[in-house]
Design a protein around this ligand. Sequence first.
Ligand code: GLC
Length: 428
Amino acid sequence: MHISRRDCLGLMGAGAALAAAPGGDADRERRMQWWHDARFGMFIHWGLYSVLGRHEWAMEEEGIPVAEYQLLANRFTPQPNAARAWARLARQAGQKYMVMTTKHHEGFCLFNTQHTDYCAPKQACGRDLVKEFVEAVRGEGLRVGFYHSLMDWHHPDGARCLHDEAARRRFVDYVHGEIRELLTNYGKIDVLWYDVAWPLDAAGWESEKMNKMVFDLQPDIIVNNRNQLPGDFSTPEQEISAAKGGRAWESCMTMNDSWGYQAADDAWKTPKQIVRNLALCARDGGNYLLNIGPRGDGSIPEDSVRILTAVGRWMEHNGQTIYQAQPCRVRSSEFAGFTRKGNTLYMHVHFWPGETLALGGVKTKVLSARLLAGGPPVEFEQEQFRVRFKGLPKHAPDDPVTVLAIECDSEPVQDTGAVRRDRPRLNA
Ligand code: GLC
């Protein structure tokens, strides 16, 4: 059966039974507090596909036979401790946690496992890359996350498990066994990020049992929703859309169009797009997990370094508008986005209009305003339907987004409907 990439994503969460969080909602809140505060994480896609440099789905999309593909293991010999540079970059960018592919759909394990020889320590690489990763992440004071693909294109039972019970038994034991190793051999792990459950459903994967094992081994961990159970958070992919019903969510996104290294992919987002996306996540109470795809040698594509470095420079003096931001009810402007903390509204101006900057429909009294880039307090006038900030620099004083911190006398509220409805009209 051919299952396309899109179909795989469609299977996520389908027919999910409700998995009880250990200890219920209060325990979930406890486990997730650091993650909500963190807001911004680094995703890392790294595996044999990084040697090929044609996207992490190359094996399937180019129809590469298993026997041919697995020869890549002879060429996957990254520099020792490549992850240290990633972790440094993540910290400098203001990212608080890192989630790396311990095994992607290709089936090659980056960690030491008793369950297969198709793993980095037993192949040309000769080292446990997950161990190096964990040490590097902790070395920068960040939290550790493991991505683990359930779908496996290499394992002999990875597809036939759907129709053959003996194969399903072997394959499920294999995957559970690997997860057990990952959560036993590397100390405290903060996030487990399952991916693509094809071809089984929650019952086939024994996902309830899987999660129970995970929480037994790591009582503080959080898990996502891609083993066909809801888990602790939702995972919108390549889009920013808040989960319904106040559920926690994390938007994962690439900086170009590929997760794994793709040498020719030049569709890079700008630092401005990244900052805007991050602020959008923060505005609606979500996290942003931004991907890098290192090369086979472990080096990070220069464009990723350039973009994350620019984001990090911005985060140094604007991070306060992102971390611990609270849901914001001011949302409408054609040149700015918004976040909020208490009674302070942060107006993230991405298209700088010049010396005067106006915002319509603000129903809250403004007390003062200042630019986070520095300078004297900003003068303003507030009318019934408009606040105008004046005497601003002609050119944007910050790059790529300038933040105006607007202090209000209560939680800032905007009602653009009132502008249209209630503003006095001229007589004809
Ligand atoms: C999808 C893709 C995969 C990528 C992931 C990231 O599941 O199959 O390549 O790892 O999304 O969210």
